[in-house]
Design a protein around this ligand. Sequence first.
Ligand SMILES: Nc1nc2c(ncn2[C@@H]2O[C@H](COP(=O)(O)OP(=O)(O)O)[C@@H](O)[C@H]2O)c(=O)[nH]1
Ligand SMILES: [Mg+2]
Length: 185
Amino acid sequence: MSGSLLKILLIGAPNVGKSSLLRRFITGTFREDYRATIGVDVESTTVTTPEGNVQLAIFDLGGQDAFDDLKLHYCMNAHYIIFVYDVTDLDTVRYVTEAYQIVYARAFMPRGEYLRGALAANKVDMPGDHSEAIRRGRHVADVLSLEFREVSAKTGDNVAELFLSATNEARYYAVLSQQAAQSEV
Ligand SMILES: Nc1nc2c(ncn2[C@@H]2O[C@H](COP(=O)(O)OP(=O)(O)O)[C@@H](O)[C@H]2O)c(=O)[nH]1
Ligand SMILES: [Mg+2]
């Protein structure tokens, strides 16, 4: 799979920190000022792993609306999805469940494959008690079989781990789909 292009998506309610996580991963920086993502941002980067270099295309599905058909269109052929919520805003957990159901029902997956992804609980650096938000996030992650991670785009906590694990899982999925396609010929 060396030299392959893997497509990873970031999905979550407005303001949860999708763009900030992506910026932290790509550039190692963080900004306090809020700029809404208009439409969809794509960043590409190369990740070096023990198995070789992997090219990533990371789609940040921004916009202020609910999870709509346009965003669904970008989900096609994704190898991995990182759902993001904000531990200081419990409503953002619900967005994840709704978006997951739409993606699962409409954009994925041929041959009964299940949707591979992670749930990132972002902004764990913020003051306050986040135990209820973490409990709910873990529950959603369990139900949807998502890998759960507590992260902070601000401090960088767990951000590299989140994207590197996504890369490994995405590659694994890409290998499986390739094998499935070959065995059909
Ligand atoms: N304290 C803190 N603030 C964050 C974190 N991630 C994002 N933010 C802030 O939350 C706001 C929304 O972030 P943004 O990345 O634009 O969210 P998006 O709409 O999901 O892309 C911005 O003001 C960010 O600076 C974080 O981990 N900790
Ligand atoms: Mg954004």
